[in-house]
Design a protein around this ligand. Structure first.
Ligand SMILES: Cc1cc2nc3c(=O)[nH]c(=O)nc-3n(C[C@H](O)[C@H](O)[C@H](O)COP(=O)(O)OP(=O)(O)OC[C@H]3O[C@@H](n4cnc5c(N)ncnc54)[C@H](O)[C@@H]3O)c2cc1C
Length: 309
């Protein structure tokens, strides 16, 4: 980042921030270099002021949720990382709806719903992201997606305008939310069904157990690396090209779940991108299928997952 831009940003920032903040600890992969500026707005006003400053100064920025679906470059991110804090992580109930700030944990939202005898969030239990990241990705599992119970979401547009989008205007599909691509997700609201607390907890425990059995939770990862190709599973294709257990440096395809790649110790982004490209190459060569990444690369100058086809 140019030093004059950096100086101007730091002079005008009104929220809590750090400089040269290592990003690896902010990701579930535990990979990646530092952010030039790591800003933590704690109120809506701080958030809007921060984003206005970023847009006025034409600084590059990246919105970090809980870092469970990103791969950060070893060089880090040379811009402003925005990470919601304080009031922006609130969860509550108003009338017949539950609301959540963008930085709230998905797990906290599922637990809040259960504690209030509200059903509909159980399939999301155990997805280690934030509510904002969950909506941006349309996170889901075990037959449910976060969009199923959403009614509306407040957003901040690229020209720094606050707006509210109704669920049906967002264009949700498998791991995609079209209208959220170029906006920042703020508070969202959900309408849930009333349920019996014990049955809700029972279902949440069942989902947790399935996750523990099927996923390599003992290693840092970002969950599934690739989206499910139409009519198939990335894990099946990866197994079919002898990908299970394949290792480059400290990046390894999990033995337990071939769709999940793990950081086996001191993995770098370079190791991980090399492994991802190798698996994409093998699958493309054998099946003529180009696996699409679910994990978002951050801080790379080119597409680090690109292969020759
Ligand atoms: C062990 C493990 C298991 C997982 N299992 C599942 C699963 O079952 N189902 C599933 O769908 N996912 C799963 N994931 C992936 C991940 O948890 C989800 O995609 C989650 O929704 C990402 O949320 P996050 O807050 O961590 O987002 P981040 O990783 O921080 O960001 C992901 C993307 O969302 C954007 N983003 C985040 N917040 C906002 C916001 N407020 N406004 C605008 N953009 C935003 C970021 O800029 C980035 O492009 C798993 C991950 C792990 C590590």
């Amino acid at each position: 980042m140019r030093s004059d831009l950096r100086e101007r940003l730091l002079r005008h920032l009104k929220c809590q921030f750090k400089t040269h903040e290592p990003l690896a600890p902010h990701t579930t992969f535990k990979i990646g270099g530092p952010a030039a500026i790591f800003a933590e707005p704690a109120t809506l006003q701080e958030f809007v002021d921060l984003f206005r400053l970023i847009r006025e100064e034409r600084a590059s920025y990246f919105y970090l949720g809980h870092g469970s679906n990103i791969l950060v470059a070893d060089e880090g991110f040379d811009g402003v990382v925005i990470c919601a804090h304080g009031e922006l992580c609130r969860i509550g109930k108003s009338g017949d709806q539950v609301y959540a700030g963008p930085g709230a944990k998905l797990l906290a939202l599922t637990c809040f719903a259960a504690a209030n005898e509200l059903s509909g969030m159980e399939p999301l239990c155990g997805i280690p992201g934030s509510v904002g990241g969950g909506l941006w990705m349309n996170a889901g599992a075990y037959g449910g997606e976060i969009s199923d119970t959403l009614t509306e979401v407040d957003v901040l547009t690229g020209d720094v305008q606050l707006a509210t989008l109704a669920r049906d205007d967002i264009g949700f599909s498998y791991r995609n939310a079209t209208a959220l691509r170029d906006v920042l997700v703020l508070e969202s609201r959900y309408r849930l069904k009333s349920g019996v607390r014990m049955s809700i907890y029972r279902e949440m425990r069942r989902v947790w157990k399935l996750r523990r059995e099927k996923q390599p939770l003992e290693y840092p990862s970002a969950g599934s690396i690739f989206k499910r190709p139409p009519g198939d599973y990335a894990g099946r294709l990866i197994e079919a090209v002898n990908g299970k257990g394949l290792r480059i440096g400290d990046a390894m395809v999990s033995h337990k779940h071939a769709g999940i790649f793990v950081n086996f110790g001191n993995c770098t982004a370079r190791d991980m991108t090399a492994l991802i490209r190798e698996i994409r190459r093998r699958v493309y060569a054998k099946f003529n299928i180009l696996l699409e990444n679910e994990v978002r690369p951050i801080g790379f100058s080119d597409d680090p997952f690109a292969i020759e086809t």
